[in-house]
Design a protein around this ligand. Structure first.
Ligand code: PMP
Ligand code: GLN
Length: 380
């Protein structure tokens, strides 16, 4: 067999979580909560299985869930999304991302990825025989320069992949960023994959600007969401894609043969959970204290925090603590010697570019963060 992805190894999330377990380190590396999800959600799942929702769901997702999502989008953005033609339920955001990329890209086409980038985009592009064009955010605060995006476009470019708010950069696009994106996408007739899994995780009164609330972008975008992020249930691997009917029809051709349909009882449980908007509206305040606590600990330990507005991650520069170490060496050292695991940002650059920056996840119990801070104090 000739590998389609010769450069792909084990993901950094798996590597760091394993290392954390091996050394009994507090795992602030891979992004997942260490607290339970809402008891109503698990109760709704049990109810759904007991009610007999245990056979194949319709290919596009169960109607009550698509209707609940349409209702949520209407509350959130004041838009009308047709649940029958414009929404498909997927096995997490990851499957939606892969499906969009497989739907849009033919061999030889080009897709633009903004780095540092979430790790699943590039392999999905390469697996189609398509080509990745990379544009870097500008360090130290990871802002986007849209003129660099435009310069990387050729007549083979078909897809722009954006992640807003951005994991790992933690940046959040302004409405002007969306205008720039729309202008470029229209001018060069590009489709947009908008990974908005952290839509509800914006802090300090920042606002999330969705492609769905931007008319010009909505008409050419696949927007992707994850219930794992929004409902603290990453293990459920449930998400959805929203796109105009013509684009969604093509998406469903791939989805139909990739998975056909996804886990039925979870879909009923999620539909029920969505009925209460408080379940998704209060996320920023839920995370505020955790974010503040971790930032405080990192500051006291001598890290330099990189300001961000979104996601449940905090970026930190460690140059004052270990000036000579690469970010990979630092992450390993911190895990083994201090007992706190993080993620090196170089893993999100194809070139392995090292900004001496690491990522910590604050989707944790306050007690977990307290314990991590205690250990980090050894660095002060
Ligand atoms: N996109 C981004 C930016 C992510 O951080 C993640 C991981 N949570 C995903 C997609 C994948 O989401 P899911 O677990 O729903 O597949
Ligand atoms: N999205 C999670 C993170 O960024 C990890 C998901 C995964 O392990 N693939 O940490």
């Amino acid at each position: 067999l000739v590998s389609k992805l010769p450069e792909v190894g084990t993901t950094i999330f798996t590597v760091m979580s394993q290392l954390a377990n091996q050394h009994q380190a507090i795992n602030l590396s891979q992004g997942f909560p260490d607290y339970p999800c809402h008891p109503n959600l698990t109760a709704a799942l049990a109810e759904a299985t007991n009610a007999g929702h245990n056979q194949y769901a319709p290919m596009t997702g169960v109607p009550v869930l698509r209707a609940a999502i349409s209702q949520k989008l209407s509350l959130q953005h004041g838009i009308s999304v047709n649940p029958d033609t414009e929404i498909t339920i997927t096995a997490g955001a990851t499957q939606a991302i892969f499906t969009v990329i497989a739907t849009v890209l033919h061999a030889g086409d080009e897709a633009i990825i903004i780095e540092p980038a979430y790790d699943s985009y590039a392999p999905a592009v390469i697996a189609q025989g398509a080509v990745v064009k990379r544009v870097e955010l500008s360090a130290p605060s990871y802002q986007i320069d849209w003129s660099l995006v435009e310069q990387s476009i050729s007549n083979k470019t078909k897809l722009l992949i954006i992640n807003n708010p951005n994991n790992p950069a933690t940046t959040n696009f302004s409405s002007e960023d969306l205008n720039q994106l729309a202008m470029i996408a229209e001018k060069h007739d590009l489709l947009v994959l908008a990974d908005e899994v952290y839509e509800h995780l914006v802090h300090d009164d920042a606002k999330h600007h969705s492609v769905l609330s931007h008319e010009a972008l909505r008409s050419r975008s696949f927007a992707i969401y994850s219930f794992g992020k929004t409902f603290h249930a990453t293990g459920w691997k449930m998400g959805y894609c929203v796109a105009p009917a013509a684009l969604m029809a093509e998406f469903r051709k791939i989805h139909q043969y990739l998975v056909f349909s996804v886990h039925t009882p979870s879909q009923y449980a999620l539909a029920k959970h969505l009925e209460e908007p408080a379940h998704w509206k209060g996320l920023a305040s839920f995370f505020a204290e955790r974010r503040r606590l971790l930032a405080d600990g990192l500051n006291k330990a001598g890290f330099e925090l990189i300001p961000g507005q979104g996601t449940y991650f905090q970026l930190a520069k460690y140059t004052q603590i270990q000036p000579q170490m690469s970010d990979v060496a630092f992450s390993e050292w911190l895990t083994k010697e201090i007992g706190v695991a993080c993620i090196p940002i170089s893993a999100f650059y194809a070139s392995g570019k090292d900004d001496q920056v690491v990522r910590f996840c604050f989707a944790k119990e306050l007690a977990t963060l307290d314990k991590a801070n205690e250990r980090l104090l050894k660095l002060a």
